[in-house]
Design a protein around this ligand. Structure first.
Ligand SMILES: NC(=O)c1ccc[n+]([C@@H]2O[C@H](COP(=O)([O-])OP(=O)(O)OC[C@H]3O[C@@H](n4cnc5c(N)ncnc54)[C@H](OP(=O)(O)O)[C@@H]3O)[C@@H](O)[C@H]2O)c1
Length: 244
């Protein structure tokens, strides 16, 4: 299969590329800054290890033109993709928030969080959906978070939680559209909590290495782990249903 992963230079994105190559897939690694060797160093090493199976693409998910250009490149080179992992994400907040959560809101960071975590996901899908339609067995994984579910307790990670709830809603709308208007394509789509991973973003609460999450996600992608049809396909990396 041919798979595209956004935010592929580190964290879960990088592990998804590495595990995908190990399992024999052709991987397209979309990164914000391909010119920065320290940022994409791990991917360059993988390219040496798996010549011909890894393509690195420049793609800031908030940049429409760049994303459209990348999709055009993939269209010309491969004609389709079989899976898309919308993984790129940002978290600018800490577990404990100083000051008044409402009055001291950092508006710019709030905006940027929604821009990457929600609008970015929609932009990527806008330009890559036709490449997924061209696959015979397509799957979309939107990496959201347990932080996205409504809960009567807690106000930490405010902007991030808002963005992940919105990303779940976006995924649900896409799922409903596919079910109602594109049912004959049999596309799978999931919103996924990848676990509390030991990455730059997740180190405050880490419970698992990102490689464990990546292995779980490929078991779902490769149908080693069967997921029943769900009205609201919000699951964790082990394929278990998540509360929303
Ligand atoms: N870690 C956790 O415990 C945890 C828990 C729940 C959900 N998640 C979700 O899992 C996903 C991966 O998280 P992670 O822990 O691997 O995070 P990470 O280590 O911070 O990596 C985030 C990735 O997203 C990329 N990115 C950020 N903004 C981008 C943009 N505008 N365009 C393209 N790429 C961009 C980063 O690229 P640069 O290197 O260029 O910044 C980096 O590759 C995220 O969606 C996150 O919200 C993580």
């Amino acid at each position: 299969m041919i798979g595209l992963v956004t935010g592929a230079n580190r964290g879960l994105g990088y592990e998804m590329i590495k595990e995908g190559l190990r399992r024999g897939h052709t991987m397209l690694a979309a990164c914000r800054n391909t010119g920065d060797e320290t940022s994409v160093g791990g991917l360059l090493k993988l390219k040496e290890q798996y010549p011909g199976s890894l393509r690195i693409l420049e793609m800031d998910v908030t940049d429409r033109e760049m994303t459209e250009k990348a999709a055009l490149q993939v269209q010309q080179e491969f004609g389709h993709i079989d899976f898309l992992v919308n993984n790129a994400g940002v978290l600018f907040e800490k577990m404990v928030m100083p000051g008044d959560a409402i009055a001291d809101l950092d508006v710019e960071k709030f905006r940027k969080t929604l821009d990457v975590n929600v609008t970015g996901t929609a932009i990527v899908l806008k330009y890559f959906i036709r490449l997924l339609y061209a696959s015979e067995d397509a799957c979309i994984m939107n990496i959201t978070s347990e932080a996205g579910h409504l809960s009567p307790q807690g106000y930490n990670y405010l902007a991030y939680s808002v963005s992940k709830h919105a990303a779940n809603m976006y995924t649900q709308k896409v799922r409903n559209y596919l079910a109602e208007e594109q049912a004959d394509r049999h596309m799978r789509i999931y919103m996924i909590h990848p676990g509390r991973m030991d990455t730059i973003m997740g180190k405050e609460n880490a419970q698992i290495p990102p490689s464990e999450s990546a292995a779980g996600l490929y078991d779902i992608l490769d149908r080693k782990k069967q997921i029943p049809d769900m009205d609201v396909p919000f699951i964790n990396y082990r394929g278990e249903p998540m509360p929303y």
